[in-house]
Design a protein around this ligand. Structure first.
Ligand code: ZN
Ligand code: ZN
Length: 346
């Protein structure tokens, strides 16, 4: 089968590899769509601790497709459309039994420690099936949309952590596809005003189209002044930092109101993740500061439901659909601030 294989050290190629066959308890997925995520770009740039040197790996973890073959004991009909949540925990540690396999120290993930969706077919492991990672999607839902359930579920995790709710004023820093998904979710949760801060005009426009009430380019307008003016000096209830920025994390403490909640959604570059936070702001304003990473299977299922019911119009965020052999074009375009999500269609 044709696949895009990562070889370590930034090397990636389009090649033929043996097509996997499902053993007992396993299933074979024909991949129909797989999104190119910032994580894939980061792996290309600086590797991943779960991909040891010398390993070849099919990347791609935002995926959906059709079941084409099942092993003994698997109760999935051939032809069923599914999305697959990528994170699989060990199943027995405290994080796994507390419904957080994405925090398991011994996790597996499609497209990272297991072969993923940048291929014609992907083997779904027994553990993934047993832990509920394979989610059947209704016929009317396009597979390309289902592929974006994964990043949407990560945003749901981020918003649950800061309890975005009715009447909140929410500031989202960064308006890439993830920032815009946060805008869509905040709107759905009943936020009363959504502010978006972002350096790129094209992305600010995108945020505005999808529900931001106020867009701010901090290179042109001072963010702190804008927030104070808009909130009558109170500050915002919630800040979600959906950008890899130390300065944005530090500034969030000043932008938030008393009893405000902050989520450091975007990770910082490895080796450059020390920030200085004013502890007295946390203390005197009774702030809650959280971080989130990935999502659990419950949130993944919620994301599928939000897409299927059209409460979130995720297809608006797909800015390009490319065949597998144009993966390098897809990677190049994914690095551009002009694009939202690029989806490969194996
Ligand atoms: Zn991703
Ligand atoms: Zn575990």
């Amino acid at each position: 089968m044709r696949a895009v294989v990562y070889r370590g050290d930034g090397k990636i190629d389009f090649t033929n590899i043996p097509q996997p066959r499902p053993g007992p308890g396993e299933a074979l997925l024909r991949v129909i769509a797989c999104g190119i995520c910032g994580t894939d770009l980061r792996i290309l740039k600086s590797g991943h601790h779960r991909i040891p040197t010398g390993t070849s790996r099919v990347l791609g973890h935002e995926l959906a497709g059709e079941i084409v073959e099942v092993g003994e004991g698997v109760d999935l009909a051939i032809g069923t459309g599914v999305g697959v949540a990528p994170n699989i925990g060990c199943g027995t540690c405290i994080q796994c039994v507390s419904e957080w396999p994405n925090l398991c120290a011994d996790y597996d993930a499609f497209g990272i420690s297991l072969d993923g969706g940048f291929a014609e077919y992907m083997l779904i492991t027994t553990e993934a099936i047993q832990q509920g990672n394979v989610v059947v999607v209704p016929d009317h839902v396009l597979t390309q949309e289902t592929a974006l359930a994964e990043p949407l579920s990560c945003c749901l995790n981020g918003q649950e952590a800061v309890s975005v709710g009715v009447g909140d004023i929410v500031l989202i820093v960064g308006a890439g596809p993830i920032g815009v998904m946060h805008v869509m979710l905040a709107r759905l949760s009943g936020a009363r005003m959504i502010l978006v801060s972002e350096l790129t005009e094209a992305r600010l426009k995108e945020a505005e189209i999808h529900g931001a009430d106020v867009i701010i380019n901090p290179e042109k307008d001072d963010l702190l002044t804008a927030v104070r003016d808009l909130t009558h000096d109170h500050g915002v209830d919630v800040v979600i930092v959906a950008a890899s920025s130390r300065i944005a994390q530090e500034q969030a403490l000043e932008l938030v109101a008393s009893r405000g909640r902050i989520n450091f959604f975007g990770g910082l570059q490895r080796g450059d993740s020390m920030v200085s936070l004013d502890a007295n702001l946390i203390h005197y304003k009774q702030l809650v500061i959280t971080g989130t990473t990935g999502s659990n299977v419950r949130q993944y299922r919620s994301a599928i439901n939000l897409i299927a019911s059209k409460r979130i119009l995720i297809e608006d965020l797909i800015s390009g659909r490319l065949p597998l052999d144009q993966f390098d074009e897809g990677i190049r375009r994914s690095q551009s601030v002009r694009e939202m999500r690029i989806v490969l269609e194996p």
